[in-house]
Design a protein around this ligand. Structure first.
Ligand code: PEP
Ligand code: MG
Length: 578
């Protein structure tokens, strides 16, 4: 009996599959590098031109297949590979060298394309380094075609593919065989295998280091794209456990899809937008489950937290563009780094009072280099005109005005370079500090929208640390002061004809939904897990009743009274469908 073994890697595409493994080993491409005689040069050149033509044909096919399966944006890689083969200067250089140096076409081509690849490998930027493997992929394809070797061998349908490394083309081609998962030794969250498998909605785990040395074609395997694990030769009990997990996952998917196409409005037709809060790029899958709802708050801090340093411009562009594409035609509100406070600070400096310290916009304004890089990346991801910018922890008008000066500088730099971006990009602020709520009228004249961060607003309004267990009972999100502040903010915004959303956790609390609607909120950005419930509540009540409820609760002076009234309203009006 073979023993069950568990391997860990990086989860890059959600889902669970139980199936047979297919181990894909790519043969090493070898080239002959002997000298050739004068009358052999023409044959070598012809062989080279032929293999370029076959490779172009193959890549064009893969490109169209990829567009069909994962869309234009996720297929750009194949166009980039085709561009190399369509580069006449590059092709001419190879041909001239075959004639001059009298060496085989494979040898000269290998040398020339390796020069290109090595430039990328020496780049500081991780994104450029990743493009190195794309060029190596083109190199191997052309050399293989010189030898007329076939690329992908026969795979049984519904297998889980294991490989040391998969090129984007492998990933797309395998998907034709209804593959159930991908697991590779190499790769990270932004590798093309990751991006394509997410787009294909096939579970994938990458960065498994040595998995390809342990799995054999035909082995029974489980791939868990949530946990980033692969179970090799699972025991019966393990298979049963995963089957249950799979059923739960499928049920969860249905729970989301059931409400996707229904309009998000109250019984008396008041429209409310429900969007999602996203903390990690992996959560973007939820967005697809929610019928491509918009993203009301995309917290970018994870880019810093996961690396321990600020991400490069290229990394940010890649991530923001991906999110903008997945969300399109809905919008994504990208919040600039909100580091410090309860989140990690990008220095070793210790502060006595971090929540009142160097955090959010304060760090960005003190470090224009970091701020400008992020703003540039956001602007460059905004070409589809569905991206908004939001600043956290705003406490004074000067901060908004200074941020505007910096944003204008970045826009001018991009204009000089002729880069395209959304010139009318909307800019808003988080209202989460008492001074911002008190000056809401003035702020509303400076920005395009508000998003109320009730997590911090509650903390600062009540002077109760949001993370301190000792006083957690005092952290009251339904506190009358919080609700009155919310009402005030919404009124001031509407007086100035700008929209208001809520992105704090209060927006994800079912008892709060009627209150928010009654106050006139335009958008509720929720934790994706409660999306179906919040949508049902919106659809289950009358706006006129919610307004009456608000009128009443705003006369109360304790949280207990408000809570009790909100609960009665909920029990009377809402029955949730599971
Ligand atoms: C908030 O403060 O309500 C908010 C949404 O921001 P964060 O929780 O990231 O501080
Ligand atoms: Mg906050």
């Amino acid at each position: 009996m073979t023993r069950e073994k568990i391997y860990k890697g990086i989860a890059v595409s959600q889902g669970i599959s139980i199936s047979k493994a297919y181990l894909y080993t790519r043969r090493q491409v070898s080239i002959s590098h002997h000298e050739i005689s004068e009358n052999e040069t023409e044959r070598e050149i012809e062989e080279f031109r032929n293999s370029i033509a076959i490779s172009k044909k193959e890549l064009t096919k893969i490109h169209s297949l990829s567009i069909e399966r994962v869309g234009e944006e996720n297929s750009k890689i194949f166009q980039a590979q085709l561009d190399i083969l369509n580069d006449d200067i590059f092709i001419d250089t190879v041909i001239k060298r075959i004639k001059k140096d009298k060496r085989t076409s494979g040898f000269i081509f290998h040398e020339e394309i390796s020069k290109l690849a090595n430039i990328l490998l020496s780049a500081k930027d991780d994104y450029m380094k990743e493009r190195y493997t794309d060029i190596i992929d083109v190199k191997n394809r052309v050399i293989r075609n010189m030898k007329r070797e076939k690329l992908v061998s026969k795979v049984d349908e519904s297998s889980i593919i294991f490989a040391h490394e998969l090129t984007p083309a492998d990933t797309i081609l395998f998907s034709k065989r209804k593959v159930q998962g991908y697991a590779t030794d190499t790769g990270g969250t932004t590798s093309h295998t990751a991006i394509i498998s997410r787009a294909l909605r096939i579970p994938a785990v990458v960065g498994m280091k040595v998995i390809s040395k342990h799995v054999l074609t035909g082995d029974t395997v489980i791939i868990d794209g949530f946990e980033g694990t692969v179970v090799l030769n699972p025991r019966e009990e393990t298979i049963e456990l995963y089957k249950e997990k799979l059923i739960r996952y499928q049920a969860e998917q249905t729970r989301f899809t059931k409400f996707v196409d229904l309009p998000c409005e109250t019984l008396d037709h008041k429209k409310i937008e429900i969007t999602s809060n996203i903390d990690f790029i992996e959560e973007v899958d939820f967005i697809e489950n929610c019928g491509h709802c918009g993203i009301g708050l995309y917290r970018t801090e994870h880019l810093f937290l996961s690396k321990g340093e600020f991400p490069s411009e290229a990394e940010q562009i890649e991530e923001y563009t991906h999110i903008a594409n997945v969300t399109f035609p809905r919008t994504v509100t990208i919040r600039t780094f909100d580091l410090g406070g309860d989140k990690v600070l990008p220095t070793t400096i210790k502060e006595n009072n971090p929540n009142l310290g160097w955090r959010g916009i304060r760090i960005c304004l003190d470090r224009p280099d970091i701020f400008k890089t992020q703003l540039r990346a956001i602007l460059l991801s905004s070409t589809k005109k569905n991206v908004k910018i939001m600043y956290p922890m705003i406490s004074s008008l000067d901060e908004v005005r200074n941020a505007k000066i910096i944003l204008d500088e970045v826009k001018e730099e991009l204009d000089r370079k002729g880069s395209s971006y959304d010139k009318d990009i909307k800019v808003g602020i988080m209202v989460e500090v008492p001074s911002a709520f008190m000056l809401a009228d003035e702020f509303a004249k400076e920005v395009d929208f508000f998003s109320v961060g009730t997590n911090d607003l509650t903390q600062y309004l009540l002077a109760v640390d949001r993370g301190n267990e000792l006083i957690s009972g005092m952290y009251q999100q339904f506190h009358p002061a919080v609700l009155r502040a919310l009402k005030w903010i919404i009124e001031k915004a509407h007086n100035n004809k700008i929209k208001v959303s809520i992105c704090g956790e209060l927006g994800s609390m079912m008892l709060a939904t009627p209150l928010l609607i009654g106050m006139g909120i335009d958008e509720i950005s929720v934790n994706p897990a409660v999306f179906p419930e919040i949508k049902q509540i919106v659809r289950g009540i009358h706006y006129r009743d919610a307004r009456k409820l608000v009128e009443k609760v705003l006369t109360f002076s304790t949280e207990a009274e408000i809570f009790c009234e909100a609960e009665n309203f909920y029990l009377k009006n809402i029955t949730l469908e599971k």
